[in-house]
Design a protein around this ligand. Structure first.
Ligand SMILES: Cc1cc2nc3c(=O)[nH]c(=O)nc-3n(C[C@H](O)[C@H](O)[C@H](O)COP(=O)(O)O)c2cc1C
Length: 379
């Protein structure tokens, strides 16, 4: 069945992926309250229908941090995407490049930043700060050498939130022969994935931080390794340190409160991603779309504001723009599409969002995304 909506890729991904990977992508933390809230709060916002305005020429393009894109949508950094499709990060980046939208590469990607720069496009590089600052420094230098135009510092994962599904699936916290057998059976029940990713998508190591993982004694338990090796001592002062390593724009990802937004601005960040990590970290916090207006009021106009979390259609994109975002990023929609059909499916997913955005603009009387504002909402 062809995908009509962004969420149609979810079912295709569920069928194609081993259960352990599908649950890792699909799940959130604890009772998944924030995961659901991210989507539900978008649904609760009404657009204001306005008709009979000349809508024959629409402009969805944006210019942000010195780059121009065809629409205000990008691909969020999603760890281990190379396990969802063969060399998945490269496939996603090619789709983003063809669509003229930004792509972010996770520190925890399978494909290293050099591979994307060589085979697709230099990505916006997402950084996690490791306790061993030497590796962090090297990572930033590698992203710079690969031509990454933007550094995104993710600040909402000093340690991983408890993800019940990952414990139940054996993704984390379990080792031993029985778990290995369970995983092998899970893989064998998904032969298309076995052939495409397990056999032909190697190496499966975390390409950006391979040396750090090896030096710290391996990372069989991915989330456990993160808990032991990410640096929880990071503060806004560390932005000075980062600024010494990186002369391009720095975007802070994982801000949900106006006070933090103001601190990020004072610390010299050029942009923010209003994000709660897709409901994967502190469960019970606000949805990103409900947090956005207060943050826009605090720092809007002084820095670039982006949002991710719960964006499932082009209509959601317009709602976020109306409330102050410059652009939105999509995490799970990208991962589901990648798993279901690689680059082609990610391209389709982006085209679905683009088509929906055009309809939303046409029927709200918004000819240019740059003109989006609260007047687009029926409040
Ligand atoms: C499977 C998965 C892995 C993720 N890995 C990372 C990561 O490595 N770095 C990061 O900053 N955010 C990561 N995120 C969070 C996303 O960048 C993004 O904030 C989130 O997915 C947005 O919510 P959405 O999935 O509802 O679009 C991950 C999200 C998912 C679903």
């Amino acid at each position: 069945m062809p995908a009509a909506s962004v969420m149609d890729f979810r079912e295709q991904a569920r069928r194609r992926l081993p259960n352990i990977l599908f649950e890792y992508i699909d799940g959130g933390s604890y009772a998944e309250v924030t995961l659901r809230r991210n989507v539900a709060d978008f649904e609760a916002i009404a657009l204001r229908q306005l008709v009979m305005r000349d809508m024959s020429a629409l402009d969805t393009s944006i210019t942000t941090l010195g780059q121009t894109f065809t629409m205000p949508v990008g691909l969020s950094p999603v760890g281990m995407s190379g396990m969802y499709a063969r060399r998945g990060e490269v496939q996603a980046a090619r789709a983003a490049k063809a669509a003229g939208v930004p792509v972010c590469l996770s520190s925890l990607a399978i494909c290293p930043v050099e591979e994307l720069a060589r085979d697709a496009i230099p990505p916006w590089f997402q950084l996690y700060v490791l306790q061993d600052r030497g590796y962090t420094r090297d990572l930033v230098a590698r992203a710079k050498a690969a031509g990454s135009p933007v550094l995104i510092l993710t600040v909402d994962l000093p340690l991983p939130g408890a993800r019940y599904r990952d414990i139940r699936s054996g993704f984390t916290g379990t080792s031993g022969a029985l778990n290995a057998l369970r995983q092998a059976v899970d893989g064998l029940c998904h032969p298309a994935w076995m052939w495409d990713v397990w056999l032909r998508g190697r190496p499966h190591s975390l390409g950006n931080i391979e040396a750090a993982v090896k030096a710290s004694g391996g990372g069989d338990d991915y989330l456990g390794w993160i808990g032991r090796n990410f640096d929880r001592s990071v503060t806004w002062k560390d932005l000075d340190w980062l600024r010494g390593l990186w002369d391009g724009p720095i975007v802070i990802k994982g801000v949900l409160d106006p006070a933090d937004a103001r601190d990020a601005l004072s610390a010299g960040a050029q942009g923010l991603v209003v994000s709660n990590h897709g409901g994967r970290q502190l469960d019970g916090v606000s949805s990103t779309i409900s947090a956005l207006p207060r943050i826009a009021q605090a720092v809007g106009g002084e820095m670039e504001l982006y949002l991710d979390g719960g964006v499932r259609s082009g209509l959601d994109v317009l709602k976020a723009l109306a409330l102050g975002a410059k652009a939105c990023f999509v995490g799970r929609p990208m991962a589901y599409a990648l798993a279901s059909g690689g680059q082609k499916a990610v391209s389709q997913m982006l085209e679905i969002i683009r088509a929906e955005l055009l309809v939303a603009m046409t029927l709200t009387g918004c000819a240019r995304v740059a003109e989006a504002g609260p007047y687009l909402l029926d409040t």
